[in-house]
Design a binder for this molecule. Sequence first.
Ligand SMILES: CC(C)(COP(=O)(O)OP(=O)(O)OC[C@H]1O[C@@H](n2cnc3c(N)ncnc32)[C@H](O)[C@@H]1OP(=O)(O)O)[C@@H](O)C(=O)NCCC(=O)NCCS
Length: 202
Amino acid sequence: MSTKEKLFAVLISPSRKYWDSYYQACKESEKAGERSFLHDLKEFAHLKKGEDNNFAAYQKGITRQLYFEKVNGESKMLNVPSTTYWLVDKKEYIGIGIIRHRMTKAIEEYGANIGYAIRLGKRNQGYGTILLRFLLQEAYRFKINPALITCSEDNIASKTLIEHAGGILRDKLPSTEHGKPITLCRYWVRTDPKSIQKNKRS
Ligand SMILES: CC(C)(COP(=O)(O)OP(=O)(O)OC[C@H]1O[C@@H](n2cnc3c(N)ncnc32)[C@H](O)[C@@H]1OP(=O)(O)O)[C@@H](O)C(=O)NCCC(=O)NCCS
């Protein structure tokens, strides 16, 4: 058993019990100037300043993801149902994962079925590997197989994570991240129990 397997992490639905810890992680991310939307309460849960330390408002904001999309030549805001999870270890919030239940053209081009982030200070300790495995299991429950997962070509940690989970590169697309041009790698990752087991690293 590797040290990574010794981490006592579980996947939960966002819970009031861990709210302070999650809120702290968002503040850490903001302070560090990191632009991970999953740790940005304004972007992810559509909260305004002043209501951003409010678990009930957060819960309401995370059930959907909003995407601009051209429909018959018109720019429309589409609403995509999503499920959010937190990875926690004992009393601490560790990371966040999201499953988008359906694809739109915009999501295919710059989003994914699954997104994730580990809080600053807890990275490179094996939590991302555990989190992605849990999310693949959840995606399978929702009949998403394979799942589309994407990352910027220079996001080495995320690329490694996806490839170790059996990700097959579908293609690379020119895209943008926070206004900067990037190359987006799009992967298909199988979510069935056999594939997850096969790709489990011991
Ligand atoms: C991507 C992310 C979730 C990875 O989580 P993590 O907890 O650091 O991942 P792990 O510790 O399980 O490491 C996974 C692999 O990546 C490697 N890795 C982790 N951080 C790395 C880094 N900074 N540079 C190079 N390799 C790295 C690890 O060595 C490990 O490989 P191994 O299994 O061969 O040892 C985390 O870096 C993160 O939250 N990043 C910001 C948000 C983000 O980019 N999300 C993905 C959007 S596409």
